[in-house]
Design a protein around this ligand. Structure first.
Ligand code: GLN
Length: 305
């Protein structure tokens, strides 16, 4: 497997020269576009990797699956989906259009920014610190990595430049569709996006999802099978925003991307995958990361369809 990953990584390096690193969050513009890493965690707990697999980057939108699962565990399916929908948008991840024109009460799904801000608002806790602490602890548990923490520079950078997210949140608040204090909810959202991970962490989280909520390394159940199924389904339909359809056709793996350059994949009953390449396409997805996922899917016949 390591040999396969090396071959895939080497043949994808050329794609790191395409696209651009994210710049709308200034801290992300410091990323090195030449970085490229991949890790696979099999359901027997064995780990395989290549390239910059241990290089750290921020989760960004990949954190949206963490908060979706936590919100579902805290509130149940019915309540969560009374606040946020489960339909793909075909629009960019930070679009505000649908909120006003189509459905003012509910953001379309929990993988776009508006929907993720809504799910974050549903996390239970007395204080901001308690809520972000629960998100961090859950991420640490799913990645078997107690060192996971928030990159303060990215967090401040997000906070300083997060006016689009503020607009989305105030818009939802203005229609009373979101409860709680906007500033507090965004504080948590900016911090969750700034959680630092490596490809190994992503692949382990993917492996837990692939294993229906049981930690492959200990046998402990941490998420119900039902919540894992909902999460993987939403990853298929909305995980790469308005590129989800094409990704499903060519790769066919439930996945979630982030503008930090990471993509997390969960192949049911098979493996978790973490890839990293910070150069992004116009839709905010890692170009070389998608290439590596596509080659891996073809080589190992991972397409679930
Ligand atoms: N923190 C980013 C934002 O809110 C996350 C977006 C993403 O990864 N697509 O804009």
């Amino acid at each position: 497997m390591n040999k396969t990953l090396n071959t895939i990584l080497e043949s994808s390096k050329i794609f790191t020269q395409e696209g651009n690193v994210a710049t709308y969050i200034p801290e992300l513009s410091k990323a090195n576009p030449n970085n490229l890493g991949i890790c696979v965690v099999a359901l027997d707990g064995k780990e395989y990797y290549s390239g910059d697999y241990d290089k750290k980057f921020t989760m960004q939108s990949i954190s949206k699956i963490i908060t979706l699962m936590l919100a579902l565990m805290d509130n149940g399916e019915e309540k969560v989906f009374s606040y946020v929908g489960a339909e793909p948008t075909g629009d960019s991840f930070n679009s505000i259009a649908n909120l006003e024109v189509k459905n003012i009460h509910k953001p379309y799904n929990p993988m776009i920014n508006a929907g993720a801000i809504m799910t974050t608002s549903l996390i239970i806790g007395q204080t901001i610190e308690e809520k972000i602490g629960r998100i961090l602890d859950f991420t640490r548990k799913l990645s078997n990595n107690n060192d996971i923490s928030i990159d303060q520079n990215t967090y401040f950078s997000e906070k300083e430049t997060g006016d689009r997210n503020r607009s989305l949140a105030y818009f939802m608040k203005s229609y009373n569709s979101m409860q709680g204090k906007v500033d507090d909810i965004l504080e948590i959202y900016f911090q969750q996006c700034s959680i630092e991970v490596s490809c190994i962490d992503l692949a382990r989280i993917g492996a837990v999802l692939a294993n229906d909520g049981v930690l492959p390394w200990s046998g402990e159940r941490v998420i119900s099978k039902h919540i894992c199924r909902i999460t993987k389904t939403i990853m298929v339909t909305c995980g790469l925003y308005d590129a989800s359809g094409e990704f499903a056709i060519h790769i066919g793996i439930p996945a979630k991307s982030g503008v930090g350059g990471g993509i997390l994949g969960a192949v049911p009953k098979e493996m978790g995958i973490g890839v990293f390449g910070p150069s992004l396409d116009a839709k905010g997805n890692s170009i070389a990361g998608i290439q590596m996922m596509q080659k891996l899917s073809k080589k190992l016949n991972l397409n679930i369809f």
